[in-house]
Design a protein around this ligand. Structure first.
Ligand code: HEM
Length: 178
């Protein structure tokens, strides 16, 4: 059987995800050593890069589910969607979420001492986004085992939730309305 649909592919994706996080941690430590007090702007840049990667995956994964729902279980098309979904989740979405949280919590501590209504509301919405992430991860497992029972319409609706959360989060952090 193709290594991409076996445990070998799984392990490689996991190693890459762990490596990605390790590189992120080392680069962050180097940043502190090199730029010292200027670190806030650099960490914010890393935060925004991680946010873009996380959101790209969170918006694309339910769209893949819409197409996957229409593919016959066991067909080449269905197996290809499984590989795409697993790789997107493990190589991009998971490490990007960890990096977003790590950099975001550091910014909230260093810049705002965890104070501010906008920040509390933002963290609450990011918790909802993380719950959505968990829901989509579970769906990747169900699709991998050909156990998805939800129609394409369900995944189209689910696709809108990260979009709405993202809009509210960005307005909160940029406008800081309260
Ligand atoms: C729990 C996780 C998160 C925490 C604690 C957090 C916290 C923060 C903090 C404290 C800042 C700096 C604000 C400033 O300097 O004015 C920031 C910047 C930013 N965050 Fe987050 N964040 C998190 C997740 C997210 C997510 C999920 C998104 C988008 C969907 C996001 C989007 C942004 C953007 C666009 C900026 C730049 C804002 C600016 O430069 O004015 N953050 N975040």
């Amino acid at each position: 059987m193709d290594a991409r649909v076996t445990g070998t592919g799984n392990n490689r994706a996991l190693v890459r995800a762990v490596l990605g996080i390790a590189i992120f941690v080392v680069l962050t430590a180097l940043l502190f050593l090199v730029v010292g007090d200027g670190a806030y702007a650099w960490i914010k840049a890393i935060h925004v890069i991680a946010v873009i990667s996380w959101m790209a995956g969170m918006l694309y994964l339910p769209r893949l589910f819409v197409y996957h729902t229409g593919a016959e279980p066991g067909s080449v098309q269905s197996e290809t969607f499984k590989v795409m979904e697993r790789r997107l989740l493990r190589a991009i979405i998971n490490p990007a979420m960890v990096a977003t949280w790590a950099a975001g919590l550091w910014l909230a501590w260093r810049g705002f001492a965890f104070q501010g209504g906008w920040l509390h509301a933002k963290i609450a919405l990011v918790l909802l986004m993380s719950g959505m992430h968990g829901y989509l991860s579970a769906a990747v497992r169900r699709f991998a085992e050909d156990r998805n029972e939800k129609p394409a319409r369900h995944w189209r609706i689910v696709n809108e939730i990260p979009t709405l959360l993202m809009i509210a989060i960005v307005v909160l952090v940029i406008v800081k309305p309260f």
